[in-house]
Write a protein that binds this ligand. Structure first.
Ligand code: ATP
Length: 464
């Protein structure tokens, strides 16, 4: 049973230290969120799982970390300055401002009226200023990146030559992106500052691009499955031409059921786009337009590729799976949410996170916190486990309360140290999902837990 709505996760996230509203002491900052002690661990675990899966387990992908602020010309030639727009409309009755494409049934979401201004474009790149220059100096204008992808394109040759790569190969990057969203909201689903996991996969212009989009869709469906997402809560959307970005010849969005309570429950989790050779050409000094003029007189490099077997030089085409860290985390929390009634008739929340993603893998709980030997043994077990897995010691409540708290934050194992442990050098290991308990020798504990923590089967990368 996944969470019935996003609000259930908002309250769990705040109550248990995953996500807090940002700048709360000053009344908040429109839809900005801060990740707490457990939230930062969950995000890191998602990013690490992604990086391991693409960069380590495959042999055809490199990783980079480029700047957030790039030369403004990058955004001119990528087309973002001219076209990275949302269409804005204002409600004449209540003066509310909305994204035109998100209005259902032509009705204002605030007041229900249908009296709109004309739609007009609004560039959603967030601006800043670089350097110690006058406020009105136009040369100081810079943008916070709205996607991580451009940092990859402008480094294509650097990576290809230093790592001696031949097509096909990919470059992955994870990091913050910024968009001045017209209507942020729905918790961490749509914010102005967010994190992306993007990968640009470079192939020959004659490759079967259409099918390669399907290939990456399949790979990501399997990966999401390995993170514990139920396939029934994912839906594929073939994006029609009039909704696609200017550079895309085909895009498939993987949607998640973020709104199970609504008639239209789906919202984008990630997109997989065939970006053609648009970006590499656009940043290259030698690319000519139909009239033989350089399309980019500012570039000092040519980002083309020489293909040894065919002795041809060309601009590679690109397949781009672009996923959001925050939307992935939200989907994972919603899918992992479950409730269970104990034998006293109390309803407990259990967050059934895949063990590889759980912020804490094992909680060590002493059964008697005023007995020095038990506390000492429990703390020693925590210290001995820490080098191999994330463990915590907790003695801040009765055992029932401590179990409930760990269930709610998704800790796969609770380890209880009791009087008997002092004699038989064994502890009780309690399973989060079944509540079953097992007695395990302390000397075997690390190995026992590691075996059971093994990630859900990760899809074997299939080469192209
Ligand atoms: P949407 O249509 O929902 O605005 P998009 O199609 O503009 O999204 P992309 O440009 O394809 O999004 O970005 C890739 C991914 O980055 C998205 O699938 C999403 O996971 C994430 N993302 C984009 N914008 C935001 C945002 N404002 N807040 C959180 N995540 C975002």
């Amino acid at each position: 049973m996944p969470a019935p709505n996003i609000d259930t996760i908002v309250s769990l996230a705040k109550r248990r230290g995953f996500v807090f509203p940002s700048s709360e002491v000053y009344g908040g900052l429109g839809s900005a969120w801060d990740y707490g002690p457990l939230g930062v661990e969950l995000c890191n675990n998602v990013k690490q799982a992604w990086w391991r899966w693409l960069v380590y387990e495959r042999d055809d992908i490199e990783g980079i970390d480029s700047s957030i602020i790039l030369n403004r010309l990058v955004w001119k030639y990528s087309g973002h300055e001219a076209t990275f727009n949302d269409w804005l409309i204002d409600c004449r009755k209540c003066k509310g401002r909305f994204r035109a494409d998100k209005i259902a049934d032509n009705k204002c979401p605030s007041c229900g009226a249908s009296d709109w201004t004309e739609a007009r474009p609004f560039n959603t790149m967030l601006q800043t200023k670089m350097g110690a220059v006058a406020d009105d100096d136009p040369a100081a204008l810079a943008y916070l990146r709205p996607e991580t992808a451009q940092g990859i394109f402008i480094n294509f040759l650097n990576v290809q030559t230093t790592m001696r790569r031949k097509l096909p190969f990919g470059i992955a990057q994870v990091g913050k992106s910024f968009r001045n969203e017209v209507t942020p909201g729905n918790f961490i689903l749509r914010t102005r500052e967010f994190e992306q996991m993007e990968m640009e996969y470079f192939v020959s212009p004659t490759a079967d691009h259409w099918n390669l989009v399907d290939y990456w869709v399949e790979q990501y469906l399997e990966w999401f499955g390995s993170l514990g997402l139920n396939r029934d809560n994912l839906y594929l959307y073939e994006v029609p031409e009039d909704e696609r970005a200017h550079y895309s010849k085909r895009t498939v969005d993987i949607m998640y059921r973020y709104f199970p309570e609504r008639e239209k429950p789906w919202e984008e989790l990630m997109g997989i786009a065939w970006r053609t050779d648009f970006d590499l050409s656009a940043h290259s000094k030698n690319k000519l337009d139909a009239e033989g003029k350089r399309i980019n007189p500012d570039s000092t490099e040519d980002l083309s590729y020489f293909d040894e077997p065919t002795k041809q030089r060309f601009y590679p085409h690109v397949l781009e799976p672009a996923a959001g860290v925050n939307r992935t985390v939200l989907a994972i929390m919603m899918d992992a949410y479950s409730e269970r009634t104990n034998d006293k008739g109390e309803t407990r929340v259990i967050l059934k996170l895949s063990p590889q993603l759980a912020p804490i893998k094992a909680a060590i709980l002493p059964l008697a916190k005023n007995k020095a030997e038990i506390v000492g043994m429990a703390k020693a077990i925590k210290r001995s486990l820490q080098p191999v897995l994330r463990a915590v010691y907790d003695d801040t409540g009765g055992i029932g309360k401590l179990y409930a708290r760990q269930d709610e934050i998704g800790t796969p194992f609770c380890i209880t140290v009791d009087h008997q442990s002092l004699e038989d050098e064994a502890v009780t290991v309690r399973d989060r999902d079944t509540w079953e308990q097992e007695r395990i020798k302390v000397s075997d504990l690390a190995e026992h837990l590691q075996k059971r923590l093994k990630p859900y089967p990760v899809p074997t990368p299939e080469s192209i």
